[in-house]
Design a binder for this molecule. Structure first.
Ligand SMILES: NC(=O)c1ccc[n+]([C@@H]2O[C@H](COP(=O)([O-])OP(=O)(O)OC[C@H]3O[C@@H](n4cnc5c(N)ncnc54)[C@H](O)[C@@H]3O)[C@@H](O)[C@H]2O)c1
Ligand SMILES: O=P([O-])([O-])O[C@@H]1[C@@H](O)[C@H](O)[C@@H](O)[C@H](O)[C@@H]1O
Length: 538
């Protein structure tokens, strides 16, 4: 029987897990600037910034106000998530994790009973400050998931593609990530899920992946056939599961970079032509991205390759389709984007970062080939640039810390990556600080919650519209969506994709607060500044 997009639907076994009914508005904002209708939250928001210019060699700072109208559709859709690489370590782990949470499963481990949870998910595992208690003036913190109406991960319907034909129970065993106690509880449902055949262009991933490729879409690359096949797969999945929204995420192998060639992938039209002609520099991930853009289906790249060549970004902008990426920020780099922010913003001059890791999963095997490693080396290396450039006290223009990234494939350790880092810095009066880290990252258990966060946030932003508020009563433009390149996803990503010409922010704390404060803005609430003047001025 031809493989097809089997799914784990939201109507699986009795939902003994956390209630996953469509989320209602968890709290109300009482403000003349906020209006709640049956299916919308509408807010008037004043965005305060400081515009700086140089006058006669001196900076002049001018406070600026920009008024926006925001509208959030509060009807949470029935959503599907289609993973490219569904049969991989991440794909099987996130699928099993959602099934386990939906069914409220618990299982025996050598440390005793373990219950399903969403730890490691920004949205499902953390809280945000809403404000301060009117009487006690103490912080009132609420679950991040309650800030705005969002899909509950328990309700996500999962499908996707893989070049390996193993069903998800067999693939879960191959991944060697999950405890036997959990695997046996989800095996039946996982076995019913069979990845759809996928696009396979051998030159883009390591040759050592070839024997896995027994589930491949046939036909020549030189046509739009592969694009149209993926589009049809998405439509079929959506119809078969009666979905309102599908989001596609790449968690397949890391590809080599595509060469950027004028006339091939520099513009949308050239890229479409290059796909028609089967150009060798068009990767499977770019074909998936183009298919999703044309199908108005958000596409997120969880790997480091340059899927979003300029032509793909231009196509997304043309179709007002959402894209996001690159490369899940799950362990070693996540720690780096917090630690470097702390060191440099503490006035400590970081002069060297050595990041080594070894791992033994299939991802590591694929990365053992130089061209695939190079993609990962780039995404793991650029994460400190913005923080260094921002500190002109410590660093002269162009001055950077030494920074090296090493990845070795050591099968014995499997998915439990060992990350060893040394941070070396200059401190007061010629002193030095050396920070050595040994960080065991169970890679798929760290990445899977990010896969969930990426789709939850992306889906939310498909329901948020904005327009510049009229200041003189003149007619304003209609509401429109955020820019196609969803840079609000940066917290989950090593090499955040941003709208062309806009800066990249890698500092973890900044990324988190940007997302929270944008969501607060949609509620007519000002950013949480942590000034707590109420605790200082009395
Ligand atoms: N912590 C993490 O696990 C982490 C962090 C950052 C990035 N990533 C990236 O996520 C990706 C997946 O990681 P993983 O550990 O699950 O790897 P994996 O090798 O276990 O899974 C990748 C899956 O993709 C499949 N595949 C390869 N090419 C495909 C194609 N063209 N179409 C469909 N399927 C295809 C493979 O058969 C495999 O099942 C990798 O690119 C990795 O670099 C992982
Ligand atoms: O997210 P992170 O821990 O910095 O980076 C990880 C790398 O260290 C690892 O070698 C690779 O296999 C993972 O895909 C991930 O990219």
């Amino acid at each position: 029987m031809a493989p097809h997009a089997e799914i784990a639907n939201g109507d699986g076994p009795a939902n003994n897990g956390v209630s996953s009914s469509t989320q209602k508005v968890a709290f109300k904002v009482n403000s003349p600037n906020v209006e709640y209708t049956d299916n919308q939250i509408r807010s008037k928001y004043t965005y305060y910034t400081t515009e700086v210019s140089k006058v006669n060699g001196q900076y002049v700072a001018v406070p600026k106000e920009t008024k926006y109208d925001f509208s959030v559709d509060t009807k949470v859709p029935k959503m599907g998530m289609m993973l490219v690489g569904l049969g991989g370590n991440n794909g099987t782990t996130v699928t099993a994790g959602i099934i386990a949470n939906r069914r409220g499963l618990s299982w025996q481990t050598r440390r005793g009973e373990q219950e399903a949870n969403y730890y490691g998910s920004l949205i499902m595992g953390s809280t945000v400050k809403l404000g301060t208690d009117a009487k006690t003036h103490k912080d009132v913190n609420i679950p991040f998931h309650d800030l705005l109406p969002m899909v509950h991960p328990n309700d996500i319907v999962i499908g996707g593609w893989d070049i390996s034909k193993l069903n998800l129970a067999e693939a879960m065993d191959r991944a060697q990530v999950l405890e036997p106690g959990l695997k046996q509880l989800v095996a039946k449902e996982m076995a019913s899920m069979v990845p759809l055949p996928s696009i396979y262009y051998p030159d883009f991933i390591a040759a050592n992946q070839e024997k896995r490729a027994d589930n491949v879409i046939e036909g020549t690359k030189a046509s739009m056939a592969h694009v149209e096949k993926i589009r049809q797969d998405i439509r079929d999945f959506k119809a078969a599961n009666n979905l309102d929204r599908v989001i596609v995420q790449w968690t397949a192998n890391t590809e080599r970079f595509s060469a950027l060639i004028d006339g091939v992938n520099d513009t949308a039209d050239n890229l479409l032509k290059a796909i028609e002609n089967g150009h060798e520099e068009v990767s499977p991930s770019t074909v998936f991205a183009v298919a999703c853009i044309l199908e108005n289906t958000p596409f997120i790249n969880g790997s480091p390759q340059n899927t979003f060549v300029p032509g793909a970004v231009e196509l997304a902008e043309r179709h007002k389709a959402f894209v996001g990426g690159d490369d899940f920020k799950s362990g070693q780099t996540k720690m780096k984007s917090a630690l470097v922010d702390f060191l440099i913003n503490a006035g400590i001059k970081l002069t060297s970062v050595a990041s080594y890791n070894h791992l033994g999963n299939n991802d590591g095997k694929n990365l053992s080939e130089q061209r695939q490693f190079r993609s990962k080396e780039i995404s793991k290396s650029n994460v400190i640039d913005d923080m260094v450039e921002a500190n002109t006290v410590l660093y002269a223009p162009g001055e950077k810390p030494d920074h090296t990234v090493v990845i070795k494939y050591m099968p014995a350790v499997g998915d439990d990556k060992r990350a060893l880092d040394e941070y070396y810095a200059e401190i007061f009066l010629g002193g030095h600080q050396t920070i050595s880290l040994f960080n065991v990252c169970e890679d798929s258990l760290l990445a899977s919650p990010l896969i969930i966060d990426l789709v939850l946030i992306t889906e939310l932003f498909t329901r948020i519209k904005w327009k510049a508020a009229s200041t003189d009563g003149a007619a304003t433009k209609d509401f429109e969506g955020f820019h196609s390149v969803l840079s609000v996803l940066s917290y989950m990503l090593k090499a955040p994709l941003t709208p062309p010409g806009t800066p990249v922010v890698n500092a973890l704390a900044k990324q988190r607060s940007a997302l929270i404060n944008i969501m607060r803005g949609c509620l007519g609430l000002q950013p949480e500044s942590d000034m707590t003047l109420e605790h200082k001025l009395f």
